[in-house]
Design a protein around this ligand. Structure first.
Ligand code: DX5
Ligand code: ZN
Length: 224
């Protein structure tokens, strides 16, 4: 059994008020916040980097008595992901998700991430077959199946990625499996049924009249 984890993406927040948005999400009972780091090379967009994450960590400090609380899930859409591991760790990242497509030695990168005290996760873009993750899975804290082309929020969910999630869930009943892109009220049933338990949601949570209710709604669907 894995537990439901809802991770609102701050990409859909107000970049002039990210600290407030981060607080607001945790107050709305988000399990994690999802931080989309884009470098303009791996994806055609630029967002935030270590200085912003470090400021966010100061605004939302860890609670030493409750490890894992105020968890920063860093989705690294960057070329050369090895380069940023120490800085993201220092900035206060809790998990480092690199893209399989961006590295030549994923196992060495997982080791580096763990040596830097973070959890390690690997993402696959829509065009990448899921079986590339099989040799890595036993070393990973999470696998991310992208349900849009990485780069922008507000895109449509690709339901044809669900066989990847199903395959992973069948093989790895205890692995955290994340889906990212286009998740909301209409698409959560399909993703949850396929076996995803970590749900990233940007637009649907931030545009909801009541974000807390949306987070709870998403959580209530995860059954794995
Ligand atoms: C896209 C990002 C996503 C994005 C999701 O490249 O990785 O995390 O913020 O946003 P929505 O939920 O709006 O699709
Ligand atoms: Zn993301």
């Amino acid at each position: 059994m894995v537990k439901p984890i809802i991770a609102p993406s701050l990409l859909a927040g107000d970049f002039a008020n990210l600290g407030c948005d981060c607080h607001r999400m945790f107050k709305s009972r988000a399990d994690w916040v999802h931080l989309d780091v884009m470098d303009g090379h791996f994806v055609p967009n630029i967002t935030m980097g270590p200085p912003v994450i470090s400021s966010l960590r100061k605004a939302v400090p860890r609670d030493e008595s409750k490890p894992g609380k105020f968890f920063f899930d860093c989705h690294m859409m960057v070329a050369n992901p090895e380069q940023w591991v120490p800085e993201i760790a220092k900035a206060g990242g809790d998990q480092y998700t690199f893209h399989y497509e961006a590295t030549e030695d994923p196992l060495a990168l997982v080791k580096l991430i763990k040596e830097n005290g973070m959890k390690a996760a690997c993402a696959v873009k829509p065009g990448t077959p899921v079986d590339v993750l099989y040799p890595l899975a036993e070393y990973l804290d999470m696998a991310l199946v992208m349900t849009v082309e990485p780069g922008f929020g507000g895109q449509s969910f690709m339901a044809d990625m669900m066989p990847k999630v199903e395959d992973l869930r069948k093989k790895y009943p205890k692995l955290n499996i994340q889906v990212d892109g286009g998740l909301g009220a209409a698409t959560i049933p399909v993703a949850a049924k396929a076996g995803a338990n970590v749900i990233v949601a940007g637009t649907s949570v931030f545009k909801a009249a009541d974000p807390e209710q949306m987070i709870e709604f998403l959580r209530s669907h995860v059954t794995t």
